[in-house]
Design a protein around this ligand. Sequence first.
Ligand code: FE
Length: 132
Amino acid sequence: MRKKMIRGDDEWRELLTSDQFRVLRRAGTETAFSGEYTDLEVDGVYLCAGCGAELFSSATKFHSGCGWPSFYKPIEPEAVEEHEDLSFGRSRVEVTCSVCDGHLGHVFTDGPPPTGLRYCINSVSLDFREGE
Ligand code: FE
């Protein structure tokens, strides 16, 4: 288990940009194909833009064509938490950071081997650390 980081909205508003706040703290979505990491192919680790936790490795990133950075698994199983999301009249699985509970995106079952999963993640929810 990763240790939780709990902050109130006032604190998050000071720490995050307005776009980060809208996505991470209000489950928003960035416009498809607008994010800075969608097509990035550099080796490294993707971190939570809210709390800095390690979330995804570039080794599991793939081009899904969906317009958001896509990974077939998190860097370790406990890095993220998954929740049923019934908003917009459909059933999806929301993915959040297990440390700060920030909204990252959704996971779908149309991904590539070896997992068959597609973690579809907002760039604005991520930071990138090059070199691993
Ligand atoms: Fe986080």
